[in-house]
Design a protein around this ligand. Structure first.
Ligand SMILES: Cc1cc2nc3c(=O)[nH]c(=O)nc-3n(C[C@H](O)[C@H](O)[C@H](O)COP(=O)(O)OP(=O)(O)OC[C@H]3O[C@@H](n4cnc5c(N)ncnc54)[C@H](O)[C@@H]3O)c2cc1C
Length: 376
Protein backbone atom coordinates (compact mmCIF):
# COMPACT_ATOMS: atom_id res chain seq x y z
CA UNK A 1 0.00 0.00 0.00
CA UNK A 2 1.40 3.47 -0.72
CA UNK A 3 0.23 6.92 0.25
CA UNK A 4 1.99 10.06 -0.90
CA UNK A 5 1.82 11.91 2.43
CA UNK A 6 5.06 12.81 4.18
CA UNK A 7 5.06 13.13 7.95
CA UNK A 8 7.56 14.34 10.56
CA UNK A 9 7.19 13.13 14.13
CA UNK A 10 8.81 15.20 16.89
CA UNK A 11 9.55 12.90 19.83
CA UNK A 12 10.68 9.28 19.82
CA UNK A 13 8.84 8.14 22.97
CA UNK A 14 5.92 5.72 23.29
CA UNK A 15 3.45 7.76 21.20
CA UNK A 16 5.93 8.96 18.57
CA UNK A 17 7.41 5.53 17.88
CA UNK A 18 3.96 3.90 17.80
CA UNK A 19 2.82 6.51 15.29
CA UNK A 20 5.96 5.98 13.20
CA UNK A 21 5.27 2.23 13.02
CA UNK A 22 1.55 2.73 12.37
CA UNK A 23 2.15 5.20 9.54
CA UNK A 24 4.92 3.13 7.98
CA UNK A 25 2.64 0.06 8.07
CA UNK A 26 0.08 2.09 6.12
CA UNK A 27 2.63 3.06 3.46
CA UNK A 28 3.06 6.66 4.63
CA UNK A 29 6.59 8.14 4.53
CA UNK A 30 7.56 9.08 8.06
CA UNK A 31 10.64 10.44 9.85
CA UNK A 32 11.31 10.94 13.55
CA UNK A 33 13.44 13.47 15.39
CA UNK A 34 14.30 12.78 19.03
CA UNK A 35 16.21 15.26 21.14
CA UNK A 36 17.83 12.67 23.39
CA UNK A 37 21.22 11.60 22.08
CA UNK A 38 21.38 8.17 23.68
CA UNK A 39 17.61 7.46 23.38
CA UNK A 40 17.41 5.67 26.71
CA UNK A 41 14.50 5.70 29.15
CA UNK A 42 14.66 5.42 32.92
CA UNK A 43 14.06 2.12 34.61
CA UNK A 44 10.50 2.14 35.89
CA UNK A 45 7.70 -0.30 35.38
CA UNK A 46 4.55 0.60 33.56
CA UNK A 47 1.15 -0.96 34.06
CA UNK A 48 -0.68 -1.73 30.85
CA UNK A 49 -4.01 -3.36 30.22
CA UNK A 50 -6.09 -5.04 27.53
CA UNK A 51 -6.68 -1.94 25.40
CA UNK A 52 -2.92 -1.29 25.28
CA UNK A 53 -2.23 -4.88 24.20
CA UNK A 54 -4.98 -4.62 21.55
CA UNK A 55 -3.52 -1.36 20.21
CA UNK A 56 -0.06 -2.97 20.05
CA UNK A 57 -1.61 -5.94 18.24
CA UNK A 58 -2.97 -3.48 15.66
CA UNK A 59 0.60 -2.29 15.12
CA UNK A 60 1.88 -5.89 14.89
CA UNK A 61 3.80 -5.58 18.17
CA UNK A 62 1.76 -7.58 20.69
CA UNK A 63 3.83 -10.79 20.45
CA UNK A 64 7.04 -8.87 21.09
CA UNK A 65 5.54 -6.99 24.05
CA UNK A 66 4.10 -10.12 25.64
CA UNK A 67 7.51 -11.78 25.34
CA UNK A 68 9.20 -8.75 26.90
CA UNK A 69 6.74 -8.42 29.77
CA UNK A 70 4.95 -10.49 32.35
CA UNK A 71 1.25 -11.24 31.85
CA UNK A 72 -0.67 -11.25 35.11
CA UNK A 73 -4.26 -12.02 35.96
CA UNK A 74 -5.81 -8.64 36.72
CA UNK A 75 -6.21 -6.29 39.67
CA UNK A 76 -7.25 -7.13 43.21
CA UNK A 77 -8.27 -4.37 45.60
CA UNK A 78 -7.37 -5.00 49.22
CA UNK A 79 -8.09 -3.35 52.54
CA UNK A 80 -5.28 -1.77 54.59
CA UNK A 81 -4.69 -5.10 56.34
CA UNK A 82 -4.35 -7.05 53.08
CA UNK A 83 -7.82 -8.65 52.98
CA UNK A 84 -9.37 -8.86 49.51
CA UNK A 85 -12.15 -6.33 48.86
CA UNK A 86 -12.74 -6.73 45.11
CA UNK A 87 -11.29 -8.61 42.13
CA UNK A 88 -11.18 -7.22 38.58
CA UNK A 89 -9.83 -9.99 36.32
CA UNK A 90 -8.37 -9.15 32.93
CA UNK A 91 -10.43 -9.87 29.80
CA UNK A 92 -8.42 -11.68 27.09
CA UNK A 93 -11.27 -11.15 24.57
CA UNK A 94 -10.51 -7.43 24.59
CA UNK A 95 -6.83 -8.10 23.92
CA UNK A 96 -7.68 -10.18 20.84
CA UNK A 97 -6.74 -13.41 22.61
CA UNK A 98 -3.50 -12.04 24.07
CA UNK A 99 -3.07 -11.83 27.84
CA UNK A 100 -4.76 -8.63 28.91
CA UNK A 101 -2.89 -7.21 31.90
CA UNK A 102 0.80 -6.90 31.38
CA UNK A 103 3.72 -5.76 33.49
CA UNK A 104 6.48 -4.22 31.42
CA UNK A 105 9.56 -2.23 32.24
CA UNK A 106 9.78 1.05 30.43
CA UNK A 107 13.15 0.02 28.89
CA UNK A 108 11.60 -3.28 27.67
CA UNK A 109 8.76 -1.44 25.93
CA UNK A 110 11.24 1.05 24.48
CA UNK A 111 13.28 -1.83 23.08
CA UNK A 112 10.19 -3.40 21.48
CA UNK A 113 9.39 -0.10 19.78
CA UNK A 114 12.93 0.90 18.79
CA UNK A 115 13.79 -2.58 17.48
CA UNK A 116 10.76 -2.46 15.18
CA UNK A 117 11.46 1.10 14.03
CA UNK A 118 15.03 0.06 13.14
CA UNK A 119 13.88 -3.17 11.45
CA UNK A 120 11.44 -1.20 9.29
CA UNK A 121 14.17 1.27 8.32
CA UNK A 122 12.23 4.31 9.56
CA UNK A 123 14.63 7.28 9.66
CA UNK A 124 15.25 8.51 13.22
CA UNK A 125 17.60 11.39 13.92
CA UNK A 126 18.85 11.40 17.51
CA UNK A 127 20.03 14.46 19.39
CA UNK A 128 17.87 16.58 17.10
CA UNK A 129 15.06 19.00 17.90
CA UNK A 130 13.28 21.54 15.71
CA UNK A 131 14.33 25.17 15.41
CA UNK A 132 11.15 26.34 13.69
CA UNK A 133 7.88 24.87 12.48
CA UNK A 134 6.30 27.04 9.84
CA UNK A 135 2.83 25.98 8.67
CA UNK A 136 2.43 27.41 5.18
CA UNK A 137 -1.10 26.12 4.61
CA UNK A 138 -0.44 23.42 2.04
CA UNK A 139 2.71 22.11 3.73
CA UNK A 140 4.83 22.61 6.85
CA UNK A 141 8.41 23.76 6.63
CA UNK A 142 10.58 22.53 9.50
CA UNK A 143 14.10 23.68 10.37
CA UNK A 144 15.90 21.26 12.63
CA UNK A 145 18.72 21.76 15.10
CA UNK A 146 21.07 19.68 12.89
CA UNK A 147 20.78 22.40 10.23
CA UNK A 148 18.45 20.41 7.97
CA UNK A 149 15.26 21.75 6.46
CA UNK A 150 12.28 19.66 5.33
CA UNK A 151 8.82 20.07 3.93
CA UNK A 152 6.02 17.86 5.28
CA UNK A 153 2.30 17.34 4.83
CA UNK A 154 1.90 16.95 8.58
CA UNK A 155 3.94 17.36 11.76
CA UNK A 156 3.00 15.13 14.69
CA UNK A 157 3.99 16.53 18.07
CA UNK A 158 4.72 13.55 20.33
CA UNK A 159 6.95 15.61 22.59
CA UNK A 160 5.45 14.61 25.90
CA UNK A 161 3.85 16.23 28.93
CA UNK A 162 5.92 19.42 28.72
CA UNK A 163 5.36 19.78 24.97
CA UNK A 164 6.86 22.97 23.57
CA UNK A 165 4.87 22.49 20.39
CA UNK A 166 1.63 22.55 22.40
CA UNK A 167 2.68 25.92 23.83
CA UNK A 168 3.62 27.18 20.38
CA UNK A 169 0.25 26.17 18.88
CA UNK A 170 -1.90 27.11 21.86
CA UNK A 171 -0.01 29.74 23.89
CA UNK A 172 -2.89 30.19 26.36
CA UNK A 173 -2.74 26.57 27.54
CA UNK A 174 -1.55 26.46 31.15
CA UNK A 175 1.52 24.34 31.96
CA UNK A 176 0.78 20.89 33.45
CA UNK A 177 -0.86 21.36 36.85
CA UNK A 178 0.14 19.60 40.07
CA UNK A 179 -2.83 17.45 41.18
CA UNK A 180 -1.85 17.39 44.86
CA UNK A 181 -0.34 13.88 44.79
CA UNK A 182 2.97 12.28 43.90
CA UNK A 183 3.83 8.74 42.79
CA UNK A 184 6.54 6.55 44.39
CA UNK A 185 8.02 3.45 42.78
CA UNK A 186 10.60 0.80 43.65
CA UNK A 187 11.48 -2.53 42.02
CA UNK A 188 11.85 -5.69 44.12
CA UNK A 189 12.16 -9.45 43.49
CA UNK A 190 8.78 -11.04 42.60
CA UNK A 191 7.81 -13.84 45.00
CA UNK A 192 6.97 -17.06 43.16
CA UNK A 193 3.21 -17.31 42.53
CA UNK A 194 2.45 -13.57 42.68
CA UNK A 195 0.22 -13.21 39.62
CA UNK A 196 -2.10 -10.29 40.42
CA UNK A 197 -1.58 -6.58 40.73
CA UNK A 198 -2.78 -5.72 44.24
CA UNK A 199 -3.84 -2.25 45.31
CA UNK A 200 -4.44 -1.45 48.98
CA UNK A 201 -7.15 1.06 49.78
CA UNK A 202 -8.24 2.51 53.08
CA UNK A 203 -5.53 5.01 53.92
CA UNK A 204 -6.31 8.73 53.65
CA UNK A 205 -4.45 10.68 50.98
CA UNK A 206 -3.66 7.86 48.61
CA UNK A 207 -3.20 4.19 47.89
CA UNK A 208 -0.35 1.73 47.43
CA UNK A 209 0.32 -1.70 46.00
CA UNK A 210 2.52 -3.80 43.75
CA UNK A 211 2.45 -5.08 40.18
CA UNK A 212 4.34 -8.02 38.65
CA UNK A 213 6.83 -6.67 36.13
CA UNK A 214 8.87 -9.64 34.91
CA UNK A 215 9.22 -13.25 36.04
CA UNK A 216 11.88 -12.02 38.46
CA UNK A 217 10.65 -8.58 39.51
CA UNK A 218 7.66 -6.62 40.70
CA UNK A 219 7.36 -2.98 41.51
CA UNK A 220 5.90 -1.36 44.55
CA UNK A 221 3.99 1.84 43.92
CA UNK A 222 2.26 4.40 46.06
CA UNK A 223 0.29 7.49 45.13
CA UNK A 224 -0.06 9.91 48.02
CA UNK A 225 -1.04 13.46 48.78
CA UNK A 226 2.07 15.65 48.89
CA UNK A 227 1.00 19.03 50.29
CA UNK A 228 2.96 21.93 48.79
CA UNK A 229 4.52 19.76 46.05
CA UNK A 230 7.75 19.15 48.00
CA UNK A 231 11.11 18.23 46.50
CA UNK A 232 12.86 15.52 48.54
CA UNK A 233 16.64 15.20 48.98
CA UNK A 234 17.74 12.07 47.12
CA UNK A 235 19.22 10.44 50.23
CA UNK A 236 15.84 10.66 52.01
CA UNK A 237 13.74 9.03 49.28
CA UNK A 238 13.70 5.46 50.65
CA UNK A 239 12.83 6.68 54.14
CA UNK A 240 10.05 8.93 52.80
CA UNK A 241 8.63 6.10 50.68
CA UNK A 242 8.60 3.73 53.67
CA UNK A 243 6.74 6.34 55.76
CA UNK A 244 3.95 6.39 53.21
CA UNK A 245 3.62 2.62 53.50
CA UNK A 246 3.30 2.65 57.30
CA UNK A 247 0.24 0.79 58.57
CA UNK A 248 -0.22 -1.60 55.64
CA UNK A 249 -0.35 -5.33 56.30
CA UNK A 250 -0.15 -8.26 53.86
CA UNK A 251 2.81 -8.60 51.48
CA UNK A 252 2.94 -4.80 51.12
CA UNK A 253 3.95 -4.51 54.77
CA UNK A 254 6.86 -6.88 54.08
CA UNK A 255 7.86 -5.10 50.86
CA UNK A 256 7.96 -1.78 52.75
CA UNK A 257 10.94 -2.94 54.79
CA UNK A 258 12.81 -3.91 51.62
CA UNK A 259 12.77 -0.34 50.27
CA UNK A 260 16.24 0.66 51.37
CA UNK A 261 18.24 2.18 48.50
CA UNK A 262 17.31 5.83 47.88
CA UNK A 263 19.03 5.70 44.48
CA UNK A 264 16.46 3.16 43.29
CA UNK A 265 13.38 5.12 44.35
CA UNK A 266 11.57 6.91 41.52
CA UNK A 267 9.43 9.79 42.79
CA UNK A 268 7.37 12.08 40.54
CA UNK A 269 4.83 14.75 41.44
CA UNK A 270 1.66 14.20 39.40
CA UNK A 271 1.35 17.01 36.87
CA UNK A 272 -1.29 16.75 34.18
CA UNK A 273 -2.57 18.69 31.21
CA UNK A 274 -5.79 17.89 29.35
CA UNK A 275 -6.10 19.88 26.15
CA UNK A 276 -9.58 20.89 25.01
CA UNK A 277 -10.45 19.88 21.45
CA UNK A 278 -9.09 20.25 18.87
CA UNK A 279 -5.58 18.95 19.45
CA UNK A 280 -4.39 20.33 16.15
CA UNK A 281 -3.92 23.59 14.36
CA UNK A 282 -3.51 23.55 10.60
CA UNK A 283 -1.06 20.79 9.81
CA UNK A 284 0.43 20.25 13.26
CA UNK A 285 -1.23 17.73 15.59
CA UNK A 286 -0.59 16.66 19.19
CA UNK A 287 -0.64 13.04 20.34
CA UNK A 288 0.02 11.25 23.64
CA UNK A 289 0.97 13.23 26.72
CA UNK A 290 1.37 16.38 24.63
CA UNK A 291 -2.42 16.33 24.19
CA UNK A 292 -3.65 14.62 27.36
CA UNK A 293 -1.30 13.72 30.16
CA UNK A 294 -2.98 11.89 33.00
CA UNK A 295 -2.20 10.49 36.45
CA UNK A 296 -1.29 6.80 36.97
CA UNK A 297 -4.59 5.99 38.76
CA UNK A 298 -5.94 4.01 35.82
CA UNK A 299 -2.57 3.02 34.29
CA UNK A 300 -3.62 4.43 30.92
CA UNK A 301 -1.04 7.05 29.85
CA UNK A 302 0.90 4.72 27.58
CA UNK A 303 -2.26 3.06 26.24
CA UNK A 304 -3.78 6.41 25.29
CA UNK A 305 -0.58 7.36 23.45
CA UNK A 306 -0.53 4.09 21.48
CA UNK A 307 -4.26 4.30 20.72
CA UNK A 308 -3.76 7.87 19.43
CA UNK A 309 -1.06 6.55 17.12
CA UNK A 310 -3.24 3.71 15.80
CA UNK A 311 -6.24 5.96 15.15
CA UNK A 312 -4.24 8.79 13.56
CA UNK A 313 -2.50 6.31 11.23
CA UNK A 314 -5.86 4.83 10.22
CA UNK A 315 -7.40 8.23 9.55
CA UNK A 316 -4.43 9.44 7.51
CA UNK A 317 -4.45 6.26 5.45
CA UNK A 318 -8.11 6.48 4.44
CA UNK A 319 -8.21 6.66 0.64
CA UNK A 320 -8.44 10.26 -0.54
CA UNK A 321 -8.47 11.67 3.01
CA UNK A 322 -7.27 15.28 3.14
CA UNK A 323 -5.18 16.20 6.18
CA UNK A 324 -7.98 18.24 7.75
CA UNK A 325 -10.52 15.43 7.36
CA UNK A 326 -8.07 12.98 8.87
CA UNK A 327 -7.44 15.24 11.85
CA UNK A 328 -11.18 15.76 12.36
CA UNK A 329 -11.64 11.98 12.29
CA UNK A 330 -8.80 11.61 14.78
CA UNK A 331 -10.47 14.06 17.18
CA UNK A 332 -13.88 12.44 16.78
CA UNK A 333 -12.47 9.08 17.78
CA UNK A 334 -10.05 10.21 20.49
CA UNK A 335 -11.28 13.18 22.48
CA UNK A 336 -14.10 11.70 24.59
CA UNK A 337 -12.15 8.58 25.44
CA UNK A 338 -8.93 10.33 26.48
CA UNK A 339 -10.90 13.04 28.28
CA UNK A 340 -12.83 10.44 30.29
CA UNK A 341 -9.57 8.76 31.32
CA UNK A 342 -8.09 12.12 32.34
CA UNK A 343 -11.17 13.20 34.31
CA UNK A 344 -11.66 9.81 35.98
CA UNK A 345 -8.00 9.63 37.00
CA UNK A 346 -8.24 13.10 38.56
CA UNK A 347 -11.48 12.07 40.29
CA UNK A 348 -9.81 8.97 41.79
CA UNK A 349 -6.96 11.08 43.14
CA UNK A 350 -9.45 13.62 44.48
CA UNK A 351 -11.40 10.90 46.31
CA UNK A 352 -8.18 9.66 47.90
CA UNK A 353 -7.40 13.15 49.15
CA UNK A 354 -11.02 13.81 50.22
CA UNK A 355 -12.26 10.47 51.59
CA UNK A 356 -15.49 12.05 52.91
CA UNK A 357 -16.73 12.73 49.38
CA UNK A 358 -19.03 10.26 47.64
CA UNK A 359 -17.48 7.87 45.12
CA UNK A 360 -16.33 4.28 44.98
CA UNK A 361 -12.84 3.85 43.50
CA UNK A 362 -13.41 0.17 42.70
CA UNK A 363 -16.63 0.92 40.83
CA UNK A 364 -15.03 3.80 38.90
CA UNK A 365 -12.07 1.60 37.93
CA UNK A 366 -14.35 -1.29 36.93
CA UNK A 367 -16.55 0.99 34.78
CA UNK A 368 -13.52 2.44 33.05
CA UNK A 369 -12.05 -1.00 32.34
CA UNK A 370 -15.38 -1.97 30.73
CA UNK A 371 -15.51 1.25 28.72
CA UNK A 372 -11.95 0.67 27.53
CA UNK A 373 -13.00 -2.71 26.14
CA UNK A 374 -15.03 -0.92 23.47
CA UNK A 375 -13.33 -0.65 20.09
CA UNK A 376 -11.43 2.57 19.40
C1 LIG B 1 7.23 7.72 36.60
C2 LIG B 1 6.17 7.47 35.56
C3 LIG B 1 5.46 6.28 35.56
C4 LIG B 1 4.45 6.02 34.62
N1 LIG B 1 3.78 4.85 34.70
C5 LIG B 1 2.84 4.57 33.79
C6 LIG B 1 2.13 3.34 33.83
O1 LIG B 1 2.32 2.54 34.74
N2 LIG B 1 1.24 3.08 32.86
C7 LIG B 1 0.99 3.95 31.85
O2 LIG B 1 0.18 3.65 30.97
N3 LIG B 1 1.63 5.14 31.79
C8 LIG B 1 2.54 5.46 32.74
N4 LIG B 1 3.20 6.65 32.69
C9 LIG B 1 2.84 7.60 31.66
C10 LIG B 1 3.47 7.24 30.33
O3 LIG B 1 4.86 7.09 30.51
C11 LIG B 1 3.16 8.37 29.33
O4 LIG B 1 1.76 8.54 29.24
C12 LIG B 1 3.72 8.03 27.96
O5 LIG B 1 5.12 7.92 28.05
C13 LIG B 1 3.33 9.09 26.95
O6 LIG B 1 4.04 8.87 25.76
P1 LIG B 1 4.47 10.10 24.86
O7 LIG B 1 5.12 9.51 23.66
O8 LIG B 1 3.32 11.02 24.67
O9 LIG B 1 5.53 10.91 25.72
P2 LIG B 1 6.98 10.44 26.18
O10 LIG B 1 7.04 8.98 26.33
O11 LIG B 1 7.31 11.32 27.32
O12 LIG B 1 7.92 10.81 24.95
C14 LIG B 1 8.20 12.13 24.57
C15 LIG B 1 9.49 12.10 23.77
O13 LIG B 1 9.65 13.34 23.09
C16 LIG B 1 11.02 13.73 23.17
N5 LIG B 1 11.05 15.18 22.98
C17 LIG B 1 10.53 16.13 23.79
N6 LIG B 1 10.73 17.36 23.24
C18 LIG B 1 11.37 17.16 22.06
C19 LIG B 1 11.85 18.03 21.05
N7 LIG B 1 11.69 19.36 21.14
N8 LIG B 1 12.46 17.51 19.98
C20 LIG B 1 12.63 16.15 19.85
N9 LIG B 1 12.22 15.28 20.79
C21 LIG B 1 11.58 15.78 21.87
C22 LIG B 1 11.44 13.26 24.56
O14 LIG B 1 12.84 13.15 24.68
C23 LIG B 1 10.74 11.90 24.62
O15 LIG B 1 11.52 10.87 24.07
C24 LIG B 1 4.16 6.96 33.62
C25 LIG B 1 4.89 8.17 33.58
C26 LIG B 1 5.86 8.43 34.56
C27 LIG B 1 6.61 9.73 34.50
Amino acid sequence: MSNSKRVLIVGGGIGGLSAAIGLHNKGIAVEVIERSVDWTVYHVGIIVQANFVRALAQLGLADDAIKAGFPYKGVRFLGKDGSVVAVLPGDPDVAQGYPSDLGLTRPALHKVLTDRVKALGIPVRLGVSYESIDDQGDHVKVHCSDGSEGSYDLVIAADGNYSKIRTMLFPDTPAPQFTGQGVWRYNLPRPEGMEWAEIYLGKDGGKAGYVPLTKETLYVLAVFEEPGNPRFPRDKLAEEFRKRLDGYGGPLGQFRDMIVDPELVVYRPLETCMMPAPWYKGRVVLIGDAAHSTTPHLGQGAAMAVEDAVVLSEELAKPGAAIEQALEGYMRRRFDRANLIGQSSIKLGHLEMHPDEVGDPVEITDNIRKMLAEPI
